[in-house]
Write a protein that binds this ligand. Sequence first.
Ligand SMILES: C[S@@+](CC[C@H](N)C(=O)[O-])C[C@H]1O[C@@H](n2cnc3c(N)ncnc32)[C@H](O)[C@@H]1O
Length: 248
Amino acid sequence: MSKREKPPTYWLDFLAWQADQTRRTRRYLARRAALREGLVIDVACGAGQVLEELVSTRPKLRVVGLDADLSILGAANSDLPRVAGRAEALPFPAGRATAVIFHLALMWVRPAEALVETKRVLRRGGHLILAAEPDYAGMLSHPEPGSKQLMAERLARGIQRAGGDPFIGKRLPALVERTGLEILEYGLASRPWHYGPDDLNELERVFTFRLELNPRSARDWWVKARQAAKRGSYMEFLPVFYLLAVKR
Ligand SMILES: C[S@@+](CC[C@H](N)C(=O)[O-])C[C@H]1O[C@@H](n2cnc3c(N)ncnc32)[C@H](O)[C@@H]1O
């Protein structure tokens, strides 16, 4: 997608759908980090769903979303503060933030640089919240829809071609340890998805996103996964990890 084009509706829908999947984990992490007031930065915020939800439940927070893509910042519906910028060079002074959040975002940036920047902008006692980052190496599908290559491998290749790291979820502790932030908790934010005959719309939403990453294998996948769901059940499990750390 070019930086100037308006993002397609399916992409905004897909981001909203992804954010729905991890809502419980994000609420848990916000409680665990005792977020009440202060500045919270959502890095690579996309259309800003994560922030909108956060301020709706915690109105005393000052929040700002940052993204490298001006078109996605412009597509957001709400009037929450947003700035254009890069995760690797955060445009904020040192020691200001109460929390810095990444949601399905560290996988798309240069993670080591982004985490050094995060540590710089956090105040002492401030939290790094990695709310959701996947590991496609651990993905399971049943029945397996790929005939020649596992679906997970095809998706991982598509993410790599688009500039992302599909395996980052498993590397989170090592990446964060290197920054000197103290890890408080590392865990799994996802559970298996079961699609039956009533879930074809939801399955189609996943399809539209995969179509963008890898059109040929997405069509293959769609035909087989849809058949299985119509017959009774198509199951997928993608391990998506969270990590909470603090700056001492
Ligand atoms: C999958 S979206 C996730 C958006 C949002 N966090 C969410 O969960 O809905 C990834 C976002 O990362 C942004 N992005 C990619 N590289 C970036 C960078 N180096 N710095 C800041 N944002 C970046 C993209 O523009 C895109 O909006």
